[in-house]
Write a protein that binds this ligand. Structure first.
Ligand code: MG
Ligand code: MG
Length: 259
């Protein structure tokens, strides 16, 4: 047995369950997004997401995962990922990354979106725009016959032109009966390198991009990952099933962006 090492190819039925998870995560992110405004605490957003997920017959995928204490990872400004919901009140000009997971019918969903809180600076808007676009550059490479490095190089090539730092410590991943499966999907790498992408692989692509240095540090709480220079970081994540010709994107930002 090679648990944790093999790349699993999903059956059509499994892909449909993963899609149900991915759509529920997408809708949860949109529900959260409706409430993102100055004065709201991150804990309030977390509770709203937990209720929404449970009302749809699923359970929060992150809650209790490696003992994570909440439903959402809510990462403000210089927090890269894994921010713990708190009494912090969002302020005008903040950026807030919302990472959400579900577990439903034995499988996981996992996607993320970075929101602007009220009016944000042009620098912040550019970071969000470029990070989001880099995710779609990566997704365009997520087809049968390409390699993981094709995704990585596409993300890297897009963001580095802006002088941004690519977080090395955290990467995208396969998703299925576990939240994090093989293969790793780094946001940096070389075209033509890495594992070959095969039809039926389901992966999460998730650029984590810093306005300044790529260097990060872990806070004493053991979760919160921050940029070393205190500059902003953005994070977008979607789940994709590898197919021939074009990727099947299981999660979506449509619910968020039609608000
Ligand atoms: Mg995630
Ligand atoms: Mg992920």
């Amino acid at each position: 047995m090679f648990f944790g090492k093999m790349i699993t190819l999903r059956t059509a039925e499994e892909v449909e369950i993963l899609r149900e998870n991915a759509l529920l995560v997408s809708k949860t992110l949109a529900e959260v997004g409706k409430k993102v405004r100055p004065g709201v605490t991150t804990l309030e957003l977390d509770k709203l997401a937990e209720t929404f997920i449970r009302d749809h017959g699923a359970v929060p995928g992150f809650l209790g995962y490696d003992d994570f204490p909440n439903t959402l990872c809510l990462s403000v400004n210089d927090v890269v990922v894994h921010g713990i919901p708190s009494r912090y009140e969002l302020k005008e000009g903040d950026i807030l990354s919302v990472d959400c997971g579900t577990r439903y019918k034995g499988y996981y969903g996992d996607s993320a979106y970075t929101f602007a809180v009220g009016e944000v600076s042009e620098e912040a808007r550019q970071l969000l725009r470029v990070t989001r676009a880099s995710l779609f550059k990566g997704i365009a490479q997520a087809v049968e016959g390409n390699r993981v490095g094709d995704i990585s190089a596409a993300v890297q090539g897009h963001v580095e032109a802006f002088g941004y730092g690519i977080v090395r410590e955290m990467v995208g991943h396969g998703v299925g009966r576990n939240m994090h499966e093989k293969p790793d999907i780094p946001n940096y790498g070389k075209r033509g390198n890495g594992k070959r992408l095969r039809e039926g692989m389901v992966i999460c692509i998730e650029p984590m991009i810093n306005e300044g240095t790529q260097e990060v540090f872990l806070e004493n709480d053991g979760w919160t990952l921050r940029t070393k220079d205190g500059k902003r970081s953005a994070h977008y994540e979607l789940t994709v099933c590898i197919k021939k010709g074009q990727p099947d994107i299981l999660s979506t930002f449509e619910f968020i962006e039609q608000n």
